[in-house]
Write a protein that binds this ligand. Structure first.
Ligand code: NDP
Length: 288
């Protein structure tokens, strides 16, 4: 028989995870604050527990929690006996919350693994969708349950520091927002013209895709401390181009508020002598 799993929290994400384990034949005990969401899984084979404590006491060592936020984890697990349990927390939190939760779990006799989910519910249980979860914390726990944890989505372990999963999660999503901000500016530029956004979209997607590998050079530069190796577009050249971008925005009636902060950082780095570098030096201006 496949390893059994206990799931606490059956929102959109928790339900998707639960269904994937059920579909794969894992015995599953579930609990949710609103009982109807747990009852909905009974016809699919889930055992419905009457309380979080009962669900945790049930069968499996592996207890997966997927709740709204860190304080709901507090509320749900208050007074629940966690001794000798393998607690996997997939609730989105900050790195500091994850570290505090790991210490809290240790004090209560549980092993702890924190997770940051890099997927939306429709990607769960669909391997080709490429979703995965960042895990950090107890390596022993991760290794022991690796196969089971890999059933709903992929797994990527990023270290013993329980905060690292949340940190990786936020890092990737932050980069995503920067990318969306750039795309928003691009669409704004053409908004009042006779240009079909649907014609711009594939060009944008291809261009962003072609530029993204630059992050590898950034990493090499950060590791070596030399920001000038292999640079094709120097900061000096790029800064001298910025007025074109700002004038174009102005002429198109588009606010520069998404673009300007980045240009300001580029100019500051140039003023500090980074003209021969690429854009890596901006990072040093951000880290206080
Ligand atoms: P939902 O809002 O769909 O579900 C929230 C869940 O938390 C429900 O089970 C809800 O119970 C429960 N809950 C909230 N507050 C409490 C409380 N005080 N006590 C007990 N239970 C509580 O959220 P999702 O399932 O979408 O998200 C769950 C986690 O997964 C979040 O941390 C989210 O950031 C993360 N995540 C979600 C993604 C998504 O696309 N949905 C993507 C990546 C991560 P009830 O049913 O009773 O309301």
């Amino acid at each position: 028989e496949k390893p059994s799993v206990t799931m606490l929290g059956l929102g959109a994400m928790g339900t998707a995870l639960a269904r994937a384990w059920l579909a794969a034949g894992h015995p599953l005990t579930v609990w949710n604050r609103t009982p109807a969401r747990a009852a909905a899984l009974a016809p699919e084979g889930a055992r419905v527990a009457g309380s979080a404590a009962q669900a945790v006491a049930a069968a499996s060592a592996l207890v997966v929690v997927c709740l709204l936020d860190d304080s709901s984890v507090d509320q749900v697990l208050a007074g629940v006996d966690l001794v000798d349990r393998d607690l996997v927390n997939l609730t989105t939190s900050t790195p500091a919350q994850a570290r505090a939760r790991a210490a809290w779990a240790r004090r209560r006799g549980a092993r702890y693994l924190d997770g940051g989910i890099m997927a939306v519910p429709p990607m769960v249980g669909v391997p080709e969708a490429g979703g995965y979860v960042f895990y950090s914390g107890s390596r022993a726990l991760f290794e022991r349950h690796r196969e089971t944890l890999g059933v709903p989505v992929g797994t990527t372990y990023v270290g013993e520091d329980a905060g690292f999963a949340a940190l990786h999660d936020v890092a990737l999503l932050s980069a995503m927002y920067g990318m969306f901000a750039g795309a928003a500016h691009a669409f704004a530029l053409i908004r009042r013209e006779d240009i079909d956004p649907a014609a711009l979209a594939p060009l944008l997607a291809d261009w962003l895709g072609a530029m993204i590998p630059a992050v590898h050079q950034t990493a090499d530069h950060l590791r070596s401390g030399d920001y000038t190796t292999g640079v094709v577009s120097t900061l000096a050249m790029q800064v001298s181009g910025t007025p074109t971008f700002l004038r174009t925005a102005e002429q198109q009636g588009v606010s520069p508020e998404l673009l300007s902060p980045y240009f300001d950082l580029m100019r500051r780095r140039l003023a500090e002598g980074g003209g021969e570098e690429d854009l890596t030096g901006v990072i040093d201006l951000l880290v206080r």
